[in-house]
Design a binder for this molecule. Structure first.
Ligand code: ADP
Ligand code: MG
Length: 744
C-alpha cells in the first residue's frame, strides 16, 4: 500500500510551553519544626506566585512570578486536570505529540500530581485521569473511527534507559536511544502493550510502578530515584473525503522526574549519592536545555548531554505541545530550591514549540493491524465459502457457475451457518456410511476394515479442517478486538448527565483560563499607560507624582539588585556543588588508578587501552573487536578446489613420491626418526679436502659407522634405500644426488 509522507499541519504556528505551578500544603514534619505559615502565596486569579524570603528583612520586596496558571495547597487534582491538562490530551487525540512533565524539588508533589492516590477518585492524578479521558473519548467518537492504543513505560536510572514492562527488568541490558527523521528520538526494543480498556492500561502502569526504583531520603520516604516516562500512542483511522482511511498518530509522554535536590539536604551517601549526582546531572542538563531554548540566541541546544533531554527533545523546542507542572513546597527552609524551581519555570515559558499533526506516518501500527485483519478475514471467508459450496454440491443445489464475487452479497452470518451445517451434515453422513459398512453381511472382514479405516481418515480430515478454521477465527477475533471502534461502550460512565457535567466543567475551566489571560494583559497594559494618563494641575502635584514614580522605580531597582545577588549566590552554590561532585569523582578515579597501576601488568593495560574506543552515541567506552569483522573471512586461505580429498595441498613432487612407495626421501611429513639411536658415537674424522672425495659423500651414507661427529638422530639420509629410478623420473634422480650435499 502506498503511504503518504507525513504532512505538516496547515497551521504551522509556534506555541510556547505552558507552565503551571502547584504548591503543596505544609506537611506534619514542616509544621512541627518550622515557624507557622509558608513562604509561598498565590494569586489564583492572576496566575501569580509571590515568594517571601524568610531570611530577608520585612522591607525587602517579595518576588513575583506570573504563569499560565497556579494551584495552591487547596487545589484539587481535577482542577489542574480540567484546566491545564485536558486541552493537551484533546490535542493528542487529534494527532499531535504531547508532553506533560512535573519538575521540582524532592517531596513537593511531582508523583502526587502525576499519579496521585489511585483508589481515591478525588486524588487521582494526571495519568489516571488521562486514561479515563482517552478511553471515554474513544467510546464517544463516531463509529467510522478505529483506534489503537499502545502503552510503554520506561525509567532513566543512573543515566541508563530501562524498560519497566520487561519481565527481566532487573537484569535486562540498558536500552539504546535512536533517532530517525520521521518519528524523532525513540527507544530501541522498548516493550509496547496494546490496551483495550482503562483497566488494561492501569494494569500496565501497575506492573511498571512495581519495577520502578524508589528509595527513601530524608525529605521523602518514597522518593523517586529515577525519571519515569509513561508513553501512550493513540492511533486513529478515519475515512477521509477521498474515501481512503487516513491515520493520525498522537504520542503522549507523561513524565515524572526525579527530584532536584541538594545532596546535603537529603542526607544521602554512597549509592544514593551516586544516584543524586546522576539525577542532578540530567536535571542540570534539562536546565541548560531550557536556558538555551529560552534564550533564543544560542545556536547550540545541548540535548545530547543526557538521556532525559534527548528523550524530551521533541517536547522542548520540537513539534510537541508541552505542559510543565512546577511543584513547590511552602516550607521556609526550602526557600532556595523553591526560588530555583520558579526561575526555571519562568524561563521555560519562553520556549517555543512548533506542534504539528502526525498524519499517515509510515510506522503506524494500526495500518499493519488493518492489513492483517483483512488478510485473515479473506482467508476465513475463503474457507467458509468452500464449505458452503461443498454443501450445495451435496444438497444437489449446485449450479456450477456461482463464484465468490457474485455470492458476496449474501450475509456473512448465513455463510457461516451454512458452513457449520455442512460440517455437521458431513459428519452425520460419514457416521451413517460407517454404520452401513459395519452392518453389511456380504462384505469380507478385510474389506470392511479397509473401508472403515478410510471413513475414519475422512472424518479426521474433516475435524482437522474444522480445527484450522476455528484457530483462524480465534486469531482473527483476537486481532480485531485490539482495535477499538468509536461509539462502543468501553467505559461505564457514558450517560448523558455525566457528559453534560463534563462539558460544563470544561467550559468553566476554559472561561477561567481566558479570564486570567485578560487580567494578565490588563496588568501589563496598566504599567505602560500610567504615564500617558498623568496630567498635572500644579507643580506640587507633579512633584508628588514624580516622587511616587521614583519610589516605584527605586523599588524595582532594588528588586533587580536583589535578583542579581540571588543569581550570584545561586551560581556560587551550584559551583560549590559541582566542585564537591568533582572531588568525589576524583577520589573514585584515584582509587581505580591505584588498582590498575598495582594489579594489572603494564602490557595488559596497554593492550586494553589500545582496544578501547569511545562511542559518543551511547556515551560509553567500548572494546574494539580483536579481529576486524570484515577481515575475518579473508584470514583463512581457501583450499584450492583441485586439492579436494587430500590432507593439504600437495605438490607434484610429493605425488610422485607417494607413487614411489614409502621411501623417506619423498616423505612430505614425519621426515625425522626420533627414536633413540643406540649405536655408539663414532670419533673418526672425515677428510673433505679433495673435490673427488666430496663427490663421494653420498656413499658415506651407506655406513653410519663412518659418519661424522655425534649422531643425535637419524634422518632419512642416514638410512638410504636404493630406489629404482625409472625413465620418467630423471629430475627426481638429479634431486636425489643434490640433496645430501646441501644437507651437510
Ligand atoms: P515528589 O514526587 O515530588 O518527590 P511526592 O509526590 O512523592 O513528591 O509527594 C510527597 C508527599 O507529599 C506525599 O506524601 C504526597 O501525598 C504529599 N503531597 C504532595 N502534593 C500534595 C498535595 N497537593 N496535596 C496533598 N498532599 C500532597
Ligand atoms: Mg516522586
Amino acid at each position: 500500500m502506498i503511504q503518504k509522507k507525513p504532512v505538516m499541519s496547515k497551521t504551522k504556528s509556534s506555541e510556547s510551553v505552558k507552565v503551571v505551578v502547584r504548591c503543596r500544603p505544609l506537611n506534619r514534619k514542616e509544621e512541627s519544626n518550622g515557624p507557622a505559615g509558608g513562604i509561598v502565596q498565590m494569586d489564583l486569579r492572576l496566575g501569580q506566585v509571590i515568594l517571601r524570603n524568610p531570611r530577608a528583612s520585612a522591607s525587602e520586596p517579595q518576588k513575583t512570578f506570573t504563569f499560565d496558571a497556579v494551584y495552591d495547597a487547596n487545589s484539587k487534582q481535577r482542577d489542574l486536570y480540567d484546566e491545564s491538562v485536558r486541552p493537551l490530551i484533546d490535542s493528542v487525540l487529534a494527532g499531535f505529540n504531547g508532553t506533560i512533565f512535573a519538575y521540582g524539588q524532592t517531596g513537593t508533589g511531582k508523583t502526587y500530581t502525576m499519579q496521585g492516590a489511585w483508589l481515591d477518585p478525588e486524588k487521582r492524578g494526571v495519568i489516571p485521569n488521562a486514561f479515563d479521558h482517552i478511553f471515554t473519548h474513544i467510546s464517544r467518537s463516531q463509529s467510522d473511527k478505529q483506534y489503537l492504543v499502545r502503552a510503554s513505560y520506561l525509567e532513566i536510572y543512573l543515566e541508563e534507559v530501562r524498560d519497566l514492562l520487561d519481565p527481566n527488568h532487573g537484569n535486562a541490558r540498558a536500552l539504546e536511544l535512536r533517532e530517525n527523521p520521521e518519528s524523532g528520538v525513540y527507544v530501541r526494543d522498548l516493550t509496547s502493550c496494546v490496551c483495550k480498556s482503562i483497566k488494561e492500561i492501569e494494569e500496565v502502569m501497575n506492573v511498571g510502578n512495581q519495577a520502578r526504583a524508589v528509595g527513601a531520603t530524608d525529605m521523602n520516604e518514597h522518593s523517586s530515584r529515577s525519571h519515569a516516562l509513561f508513553l501512550i500512542t493513540v492511533e486513529c483511522s478515519q475515512p477521509g473525503p477521498d474515501g481512503r482511511k487516513h491515520i493520525r498518530v498522537g504520542r503522549l509522554n507523561l513524565v515524572d522526574l526525579a527530584g532536584s535536590e541538594r545532596q546535603a539536604k537529603t542526607g544521602v551517601q554512597g549509592e544514593r549519592l551516586k544516584e543524586a549526582a546522576k539525577i542532578n546531572l540530567s536535571l542540570s542538563a534539562l536546565g541548560n536545555v531550557i536556558s538555551a531554548l529560552a534564550d533564543g540566541r544560542s545556536s547550540h541546544v545541548p540535548y545530547r548531554d543526557s538521556k532525559l533531554t534527548r528523550l524530551l527533545q521533541d517536547s522542548l523546542g520540537g513539534n510537541a505541545k508541552t505542559v510543565m507542572v512546577a511543584t513547590l513546597g511552602p516550607a521556609p527552609q526550602h526557600y532556595d530550591e523553591t526560588l530555583t524551581t520558579l526561575r526555571y519555570a519562568n524561563r521555560a515559558k519562553n520556549i517555543q514549540n512548533q506542534p504539528r499533526v502526525n498524519e499517515d506516518p509510515k510506522d503506524a501500527l494500526l495500518r499493519e493491524f488493518q492489513l492483517e485483519i483483512a488478510r485473515l478475514r479473506a482467508q476465513l471467508n475463503h474457507r467458509k465459502w468452500r464449505s458452503k459450496q461443498k454443501k450445495e454440491q451435496v444438497d444437489g443445489g449446485w449450479e456450477g457457475d456461482g463464484d465468490e464475487e457474485t455470492e458476496g452479497e449474501e450475509g456473512e452470518e448465513e455463510v457461516e451457518k451454512e458452513a457449520e451445517e455442512y460440517v455437521k451434515l458431513q459428519e452425520q453422513q460419514l457416521e451413517r456410511e460407517k454404520q452401513d459398512i459395519r452392518e453389511d453381511q456380504f462384505m469380507l472382514a478385510d474389506e470392511k476394515q479397509r473401508l472403515l479405516g478410510e471413513k475414519e481418515r475422512m472424518m479426521g480430515d474433516l475435524r482437522k479442517e474444522q480445527e484450522a478454521t476455528e484457530q483462524l477465527t480465534a486469531k482473527y477475533k483476537a486481532m480485531e478486538s485490539k482495535l477499538l471502534v468509536g461509539g462502543k461502550n468501553i467505559t461505564d460512565h457514558t450517560n448523558e448527565q455525566q457528559k453534560m457535567l463534563e462539558m460544563k466543567r470544561h467550559e468553566i475551566a476554559e472561561q477561567t483560563r481566558r479570564e486570567r489571560e485578560i487580567q494578565q494583559q490588563m496588568l501589563v497594559q496598566d504599567d505602560e499607560t500610567v504615564e500617558l494618563r498623568e496630567t498635572f494641575t500644579s507643580l506640587q502635584q507633579e512633584v508628588e507624582a514624580k516622587t511616587k514614580k521614583l519610589k516605584k522605580l527605586y523599588a524595582k531597582l532594588q528588586c533587580i539588585k536583589a535578583e542579581i545577588q540571588d543569581v550570584n549566590d545561586e551560581h556560587v552554590r551550584s559551583r560549590q556543588e559541582l566542585e564537591q561532585t568533582q572531588n568525589e569523582l576524583t577520589r573514585e578515579l584515584k582509587f581505580k588508578y591505584l588498582i590498575i597501576e598495582n594489579f594489572i601488568p603494564p602490557e595488559e593495560k596497554n593492550k586494553i587501552m589500545n582496544r578501547l574506543t569511545f562511542d559518543p552515541e551511547e556515551d560509553q567506552w567500548k572494546f574494539q573487536p580483536l579481529v576486524p569483522a570484515e577481515s575475518k573471512s579473508s584470514q583463512m586461505k581457501k583450499r584450492p578446489s583441485s586439492a579436494v580429498g587430500y590432507k593439504r595441498p600437495i605438490s607434484q613432487y610429493a605425488r610422485v613420491a607417494i607413487a614411489m612407495g614409502a621411501h623417506s626421501r619423498y616423505r612430505a611429513e614425519n621426515i625425522m626418526f626420533l627414536e633413540l639411536d643406540m649405536t655408539p658415537p663414532n670419533t673418526a674424522t672425515l677428510d673433505c679436502s679433495t673435490k673427488s672425495e666430496r663427490n663421494q659423500i653420498p656413499s658415506l651414507d651407506n655406513s653410519p659407522t663412518k659418519d661424522s661427529g655425534v649422531c643425535k638422530s637419524r634422518s632419512w639420509c642416514q638410512t638410504p634405500k636404493s630406489i629404482t629410478s625409472s625413465s620418467s623420473n630423471v629430475s627426481l634422480a638429479a634431486c636425489h644426488t643434490a640433496t645430501p650435499m646441501t644437507a651437510q
